[in-house]
Design a protein around this ligand. Structure first.
Ligand code: BEZ
Length: 247
C-alpha cells in the first residue's frame, strides 16, 4: 500500500516536521546564490526557508498534493520520485528533511543525488534512523498480527544505522563529514491519533475501512503508557539520522 498525503491534515498534525528541520538546515549552512535541490520537499514549508537564505531552490516530491501546495506558495516544485532523479550536475547542495526514510531503495537515491551535484557539492539531510518510532512500529505490528497480517510486509520505512548509511554514501564516492544518530522525542500537537492518521496509512489501509477506527483505538491504547505523559501530552519516539557528505 502506498502512503498518501493530504496537505491540509499534514499542516494540522505535522507542522513540527518542517519546524524541527532547521537543525539539519544548520548543517547545510546555505549560502546566498547557491542552487539547492530539496529532495522530498513536502508542502514546501522548509523549502521557503532555504529560499530565504537567498538560494535558488528546486523542490521535488512524489506526492502530487504536496507539489501542488508547494507550487501554490510560489516555489519551483516538481513531481519527481526520489528514486528517479535525473538531473545534470547542476546543484551546489542536495538537502533532505524527513523524507529519505520513505525511499526504500537508498542506493538508487544516492546515485541520483551524486549525479545532481557539482564536484564538491554537499548532500545534507536528516531522516529516521535505527530505532526510529520503534514503539509505534511495534504497536502497529502487534495489532496487525492479531488480525492475521504481517506488518513487516507493509512497513514502508527505511531507518538505517549510521554504519549502513555511511557505507552506502562512501560506496558511491561521497566523503562523509558528519553523521550522527540523535534520539529526539517529539511532542505531537494532535496526539498519536493525528500522527497515525497522517503517517501510518500503509498499515491502516491493509484493513477493511470498517475496521480501521477500532484498530487505531487499539494502537493508541497500547502506546499510551509509553508515549503519553500524565498531562496528556503525546511524544513520538523519534531518532534522527543526520548527516553531511560531499562529492
Ligand atoms: C519520521 O520523520 O521519522 C517519520 C515520519 C513518519 C513516519 C515514520 C517516520
Amino acid at each position: 500500500m502506498e502512503q498518501t498525503w493530504n496537505s491540509k491534515t499534514y499542516a494540522e498534525n505535522a507542522r513540527f516536521v518542517s519546524d524541527l528541520g532547521m537543525a539539519a538546515v544548520e548543517w547545510l549552512a546555505p549560502q546566498p546564490g547557491e542552487r539547492i535541490l530539496d529532495l522530498g520537499c513536502g508542502d514546501g514549508a522548509l523549502t521557503v526557508k532555504l529560499q530565504d537564505f537567498g538560494c535558488e531552490v528546486i523542490g521535488v516530491d512524489s506526492s502530487p498534493d504536496f507539489v501542488n501546495s508547494a507550487q501554490s506558495i510560489g516555489l519551483n516544485a516538481r513531481l519527481i520520485d526520489g528514486h528517479e532523479l535525473h538531473f545534470n550536475p547542476e546543484f551546489d547542495a542536495v538537502f533532505s528533511n524527513a523524507a529519505l526514510h520513505w525511499m526504500t531503495q537508498p542506493d538508487r537515491v544516492i546515485d541520483g543525488v551524486w549525479q545532481a551535484l557539482k564536484p564538491g557539492g554537499r548532500f545534507v539531510g536528516e531522516f529516521g534512523g535505527a530505532g526510529n518510532t520503534a514503539a509505534i512500529v511495534s504497536a502497529l505490528g502487534k495489532a496487525l498480527e492479531k488480525r492475521g497480517l504481517d506488518a513487516a510486509t507493509l512497513n514502508p520505512w527505511y531507518f538505517p544505522t549510521i554504519e549502513d548509511y555511511q557505507t552506502r554514501l562512501e560506496s558511491r564516492g561521497f566523503e562523509v563529514g558528519r553523521i550522527a544518530l540523535i534520539p529526539r522525542p517529539t511532542p505531537l500537537p494532535t496526539g498519536i491519533r493525528g500522527w497515525l492518521t497522517t503517517f501510518a496509512n500503509p498499515f491502516t489501509t491493509a484493513l477493511p475501512s470498517s475496521e480501521r477506527d477500532v484498530f487505531l483505538d487499539e494502537v493508541t491504547a497500547s502506546l499510551k503508557p509509553t508515549l503519553c505523559d500524565a498531562s496528556g501530552q503525546w511524544a513520538a519516539d523519534y531518532v534522527r539520522l543526520r548527516f553531511s557528505a560531499s562529492k
